[in-house]
Each structure stands twice: as C-alpha cells, then as structure tokens.
Ligand binder design. Structure first.
Ligand SMILES: Cc1cc2nc3c(=O)[nH]c(=O)nc-3n(C[C@H](O)[C@H](O)[C@H](O)COP(=O)(O)OP(=O)(O)OC[C@H]3O[C@@H](n4cnc5c(N)ncnc54)[C@H](O)[C@@H]3O)c2cc1C
Length: 418
C-alpha cells in the first residue's frame, strides 16, 4: 500500500490521491489494459489504427472525473495542479500503482502542459481547449532523431553536431523538414512539440527552436510504428516532416532558444518517474504477497533468507526512490516557472529510477521462480513494458555522464538543463 505520511504531502494531496485510487479501483481493468497494449501492432499502422488502440472509454471517464485534464491551467478549464509537483507526483504514483499502463497514459499529457508556458496566451487557450474537447487525443514531444539520440540531449555541445531536422523561416511561417524517432504518442496526438534546428551550424544548445505542429495539417506523417516487446497503449513512432508549415505564432520557444525553456519542463518530466514508481511498488507488493503464500521447504518462502532479504532490499530501494522523488518534487514547487533548481536532481532521478526498477525485475524473477514469465501474472507485462521504456528520457548512464560534468564544473548552462 502507498504511504502518505511524508512531510510534503498535505491533506489536499491525500484527497487527490484518494480520488485517483477510487477511480482506478472502479474503472481500470488491469488485465484488459494489458491485453489491449499487447495486441499485435503493424509497423505501417496508421494514426487511425493507433488511436483505435487507446482505451477511449477509460480516457472519457478519466476526463469526466477531472483527471485527464488535471494539470491544465484552471483558466482554460483544467484542474490547475500542473505547478504543484507534489500533487502531480501523488496522482501519478497512485495511477501507476492501481492502474499500471493507465498511469503512464495520464502523465504523457500532464507533462506537456508546461510546454505552453512560452506560447502566446491565445495559442495555449486554443490548444489546451482543443485537447479537452477532443477526448481521443494525447500530447507528444519530439526531440530524438534517427542519427541523434543522446546527442540531442547535449552531453557535448560541438558546433554543427546533432539534429538534422531543419526549420527555415518563410514569410510568417516556418517550414520544417526532417525525420524524428521514438516519439511516444506521436501517432495519437493532435499536437506535437517538435525541436528543430534553426541555425544549421551552431552548437545545439544555441541552435534549436521548439515548434508546435498540428498533425491535422499537411507535411507530417508517421513513417514507422516501433513495435517493442512491451508496447505502451499510446504507441511509439517514427515521423517525417516534409515541408511542414508552422505559423510563427506556434513557435514555443525563442528562436534558437529551445534549451532555455527546456529547464522549466524538467519538473513535469518527473511525473513519468512517479508513474513508474507506483507501478514498481505494485509489482513489489505482488511478489511480497506471493512470497508469504508460497510454501517450499516446509515454510513460506519469505522465511528463507535468500528470499526474505530480496523482499527487504527492494522495499528499501523503492522507499529511497520515493523519498528522492517527493523531495525533488517538493523543491521544484518552490521555484518559479522557467527556473532551474538543482541541475543534478533530474539526472539522479532518471538514473536511480532505472537502477531500482532493474533490481525489482531481478527480485521478482527470483521470487516467482519458474512462474515469473507466466502470463497469469501481471509481473511479466510490467517487466516487458518497463524494459521497452527503459531509455525514455535518456539512458541512465548518460544522466550520470552529465552529472559528472556538472560536478567537475565542465558543464555549460545548457547541459545542466537537459
Ligand atoms: C519507450 C521510449 C520512449 C521515448 N519517448 C521519446 C519521446 O517521446 N520523444 C523523444 O524525443 N524521444 C523519446 N525517446 C528517445 C530517448 O530519449 C532516446 O532513446 C535516448 O535519448 C537514447 O538515444 P538513442 O536511443 O538514440 O541511443 P544512443 O544515443 O545511440 O545511445 C546508445 C548508447 O551510447 C551511449 N552514448 C551515446 N552518446 C554518448 C555520449 N556522448 N557520451 C557517453 N555515452 C553516450 C548511450 O549512453 C547508450 O549507452 C524514447 C525512447 C524510448 C525507448
């Protein structure tokens, strides 16, 4: 069970978590969601095919309960909690714990609300209201390219290196050309924030601009659906931009200033980690219960030290991850929008979350014995999906590379922010 006795968690946060718990217990059928995500997916599936994989009935109900739009600004009809990172953490952790894939589905759209911070008010209003009216849509963000994955996240900042998608100004529009890779929910979103080079020669930190692409306009297409061993409900796609015109008012950062605004999004990104934390806590809870029920050698396997110690070790790891994430979220709450708090916070959160999950995979595999890969258990779905998502947000090791540069005093401001 989740424990809400942390100093940062207020009664209001507890009520939000209780609302999410009630919703999940009432509406989420874990097995049905897993089966939906596991349906075969064709590499050439169309956006319409991908939308058909979304649990639309569940999203509709989440909307009616105020949860789908809870991070959107109140002035546009949202819940107004996007800036309360502890609240968003509690909601995401609870959704991950009780809802598995549903938690991730929620945080994908929640995270994107911060992207409208630098958009003109009329654009933010138009897009967020459209998101709320069209309940079949998600939100997506696209940085990664086929030839620039980690490089796009700035471990090094060499002039002209990384990022080949170009945006060129033409009158009042920008014209985008290039390929993008690994975009979560890219095929099921009406709007995607896209990072493109606006200076072909400069260092990436000073050459990228962020645009909002309306996928109902010409010039955008899904070129391949990435079929993983554990797919997310929202799918992960490759995309092409071919003379895709974006009016300047849909520019979401200063020209060549995408990394300046990126720092304000880091707090929102942590919502994904909270959803992973919740799902991991659930996986732990399940194998702990199993270890108390399974009898071998004449006693419950938890009473065998090799098993008992694994249960305790993973409990300790999960608790420390939880403290780390809530502390990080709480510290973000004290910062104004666009501020950068502790540059190491996100790097460590990203690395440590993966580390803990990996150990939970190992523990479950040992504790369930031969049953571990059985489709009777939710554990195998958890492992497949989490392994498939492992590098989302950057590899853990790359986060440590950047942390080391910050510690050594070698990191540029831009490196500190991503
Ligand atoms: C499920 C999933 C969802 C994703 N969602 C999105 C999304 O919504 N939007 C988006 O834009 N991207 C998304 N990504 C992409 C993700 O951010 C990248 O996969 C990640 O940044 C790593 O890039 P890469 O896969 O190209 O690996 P590579 O960059 O090729 O890395 C391969 C290996 O080389 C190492 N390496 C690479 N460069 C360096 C370096 N300079 N110094 C030291 N080591 C290095 C890496 O640590 C890694 O071990 C997603 C990925 C996954 C798997």
């Amino acid at each position: 069970m989740l424990n809400w006795n942390l100093p940062y968690i207020t009664d209001e946060h507890r009520s939000l978590a209780a609302l999410m718990k009630d919703f999940c217990e009432r509406e989420v059928d874990l097995r049905a969601l897993n089966d939906l995500a596991d349906k075969p997916i064709a590499p050439n599936a169309t956006p319409a095919d991908l939308r058909a994989r979304l649990p639309l009935d569940l999203l509709n109900k989440a909307h009616d309960a105020g949860l789908r739009q809870i991070a959107a600004p109140a002035k546009f009809g949202g819940g107004g909690y996007g800036e309360d990172h502890v609240a968003m953490g509690a909601l995401a952790e609870t959704a991950g714990y009780y809802g598995g894939q549903f938690g991730r589905l929620m945080t994908i759209a929640w995270k994107q609300m911060a992207a409208f911070e630098y958009a003109p008010e009329e654009v933010a209003k138009e897009v967020i209201e459209d998101f709320m009216n069209d309940r079949t849509t998600m939100m997506a963000a696209s940085f990664t390219e086929p030839n620039s994955g980690s490089d796009m996240l700035l471990p090094y900042d060499e002039p002209g290196v990384a990022g080949q998608t170009l945006a060129v100004k033409d009158g009042d529009d920008w014209v985008i050309n290039g390929d993008k890779m690994f975009c979560t929910a890219g095929g099921v979103s009406n709007y995607i924030t896209v990072m493109a080079r606006t200076d072909p020669k400069g260092p990436i930190s000073k050459s990228m601009t962020q645009f909002l692409v309306n996928t109902r306009n010409p010039g955008w297409s899904v070129t391949r659906v990435n079929d993983n061993m554990g797919n997310e409900l929202s799918s992960n796609v490759q995309m092409r931009f071919e003379n895709c015109r974006v009016p300047d008012k849909y520019r979401m950062s200063p020209v060549n200033g995408a990394f300046e605004v990126g720092k304000s999004r880091l707090a929102g990104k942590t919502a994904h980690l909270f959803a992973e934390l919740g799902w991991t806590e659930r996986a732990w809870e399940d194998f702990k219960e199993y270890s108390k029920a399974r009898i071998q050698g004449g006693k419950r396997i938890i009473e065998h030290n090799n098993v008992g110690m694994l249960v305790a070790e993973t409990d300790c790891l999960i608790r420390t991850l939880r403290l780390f994430l809530y502390n990080d979220a709480w510290e973000w709450c004290g910062e104004g929008r666009g501020q950068l708090r502790d540059p190491l916070g996100w790097f460590y959160a990203n690395w440590y979350c993966k580390k803990v999950m990996w150990r939970v995979f190992e523990a479950g595999l040992e504790i369930y014995g031969g049953l571990a890969p059985s489709r009777e258990l939710n554990f195998e779905h958890f492992v497949r999906v989490k392994m498939s998502m492992f590098h989302g947000g950057s590899t853990g090791l790359l986060s440590l590379v950047k942390a080391a540069k910050v510690i050594a005093g070698q990191a540029s401001d831009a490196v500190q922010e991503t």
